[in-house]
Ligand binder design. Structure first.
Ligand code: CA
Length: 139
């Protein structure tokens, strides 16, 4: 499964990249918002980890732009802005999850897994096809 890490700090990005790769994920690092808006439209992307403090665009604008373009890919916001109103704003703009920095890698990994579960994907209208839910022989 391929994840995108949108993060301008190389140190954080490489920490995430190494950790996620060690758990079997393929990871692409995107260091700015403009490139993120392009890359997240790639249908091969399973999840986006999105930092809010980016050098060009605000991460929330990236999130809004993605949703406006019709992307339904799960987005996990990772931000130093951990106040309740920041988290609520992120979720309202279409984030699936929100983790405040500093974070424990184990929690990030657990949230990545939770957001990649088919149940979560189905509720967003993709991932599970209807025929997979039908029992054989059922009308
Ligand atoms: Ca940043």
């Amino acid at each position: 499964m391929k994840l995108i890490v949108v993060e301008d700090e190389e140190r954080v990005a490489s920490f995430l990249e190494k950790g996620l790769r060690a758990h079997g994920y393929s990871v692409e690092w995107v260091p700015n918002g403009q490139d993120a808006l392009q890359r997240v439209m790639d249908p091969g992307i399973s999840l986006v980890i999105l930092d809010l403090g980016l050098p060009d665009l605000d991460g929330l604008d990236v999130l809004e732009g993605m949703r406006q373009r019709g992307s339904t890919v799960p987005v996990l916001v990772l931000s130093a802005r951990g106040r309740v109103d920041d988290r609520v704003k992120g979720l309202n703009l279409g984030a699936d999850d929100y983790l405040a920095k500093p974070f424990a890698f184990e929690e990030l990994l657990a949230r990545v897994r939770a957001n990649l579960r088919p149940r979560a994907a189905a509720s967003r209208g993709h991932g599970l096809r209807r025929q997979h839910l039908r029992r054989p022989g059922a009308a």
